[in-house]
Write a new protein. Sequence first.
Length: 85
Amino acid sequence: MSLTKNEVLARLQTIFDELFLDEVVVTPDLSAHDVEEWDSLQHISLVVTVEEVFNVKFRVGEVETTKNVGEFADLILQRTSVNYV
């Protein structure tokens, strides 16, 4: 699966629309600090949904190193561009 960053961000927008009640515009600079509902439970839901939608798996603690949605999208791109186990 070869995706562009913009395609990943578009899919993330759909995921955010489903997970968060408040309307959230996904941008590379968006972070958990910008979204009131984005607590630790929502974060877990987000990661699980992303893993399902993109058919990827993240290492424990790997997602927590990302500072914003742009870095998260880059991590998704890394996982979708290689056969990762």
